[in-house]
Write a protein that binds this ligand. Sequence first.
Ligand SMILES: [Zn+2]
Ligand SMILES: [Zn+2]
Ligand SMILES: [Zn+2]
Ligand SMILES: [Zn+2]
Ligand SMILES: [Zn+2]
Ligand SMILES: [Zn+2]
Ligand SMILES: [Zn+2]
Length: 427
Amino acid sequence: MATLPIFVSLSSEGLFTCPVNASPVDYAKIYPDPESEKAIMGSVVYCIHHKEGCQWSDELRKLKAHLNTCKHDAVLCAAHCGAMIPRVLMQDHLRYTCPRRRANCEHCHTEFSGSALEEHQGNCGHEPIYCENKCGAKVQRRHTQQHLQQHCSKRLVPCRHCGQKYTQDTVCAHGEGCARAPVPCPQRCAAPVPRDLLDAHLRDHCTAAALPCSFRDAGCRFKGSRQAVERHTEESCAQHLCLVSAVAARQARQLDALRAAVARLSLNCTGALVWRIADWTAKMAEAKCKDGVELVSPAFYTSQYGYKLQASLFLNGNGAGESTHMSVYIKILPGEYDALLRWPFAHTVSFTLFDQSSSPDRACNIVESFVPDPTWKNFQRPSKEPDALGFGFPRFVSHEMLKKRNFVKDDIMFLRVKVDPSKIVAV
Ligand SMILES: [Zn+2]
Ligand SMILES: [Zn+2]
Ligand SMILES: [Zn+2]
Ligand SMILES: [Zn+2]
Ligand SMILES: [Zn+2]
Ligand SMILES: [Zn+2]
Ligand SMILES: [Zn+2]
């Protein structure tokens, strides 16, 4: 027989594996052939745990004895959990994995069997865990509810002024600016006032505010508490009336000044006036049945700082033209710049009565003009009272002529008065 070691597997139940075809062979049913048994038993083999690292090697007959001590051979757990554990791993098994081991929870220090400890882990009330609100705190599991309700800096608490909920670590900062937070009245009246009502308080309710008299704009200087102002208002009717009447007088003067300014701005300073005479028929009828009915034009200036003039018109004529003609005149009114002007007035004056024919080519206007006679008193500087009559044309246009063309159209007549500083007579 060969003396080389052969591999024979031996299970824990004492079953051999046939080295030829690897089928299980019951050790008890092996009938010894004394010759070959002797040979087999004398053959040199490795320990069946050779692959796990056992270096033992000897005659097969010594294998069984070796297995009783082989540290790689599995034996029943010493704590009787039922597991087969290689001897070499028994200590670790008993300490860490055996379900029947005894161990203390590192948090509560209670002793548990291995399986109970595994269940206990993750549930131990003494284990510190991070707060689920992410406040950063670590608290024992059994105290988490209390922490969330009473101590967690991320728990929601209502602002004590407005009732809105904020996390506990922001509610103070909010409270400082909260619109409902009470602030002391700047006038130092008794009670603090919610910030958002402070304006209304100062305006309507503050008992300490020094309020002005409601006639302040009229000049009353009184100031005092609400009650004092009310009393003052009742007691000062006459005084207030005086103030108001002074205001009214002042405003009337301002109005006059404004009116004068507006009149100045709207003054015609072009030296030419187109005078629109509406309701012609009615005016003519009136002129015919009453004596001396005179129409006067708006005043106008020959230039911005020039002579102030006004045209006048007698529809039924006057003087040499009475009842037969329409008479026109120009009057010099007292103007604001008379002191600076040359006298006598020497501008050429022309009157144009427009023919309002629908075809302008065929229109035939009536034009009359004159250069003032320097000796004529009407052209001297006027006194405060304007002259009753100016200078002009008593027979400017006859009533007959007026009917012929379109001098009156739609009951309107247009008369232009033009003043020219040159002495050339315009025709
Ligand atoms: Zn071994
Ligand atoms: Zn065990
Ligand atoms: Zn525990
Ligand atoms: Zn927390
Ligand atoms: Zn608030
Ligand atoms: Zn107040
Ligand atoms: Zn007053």
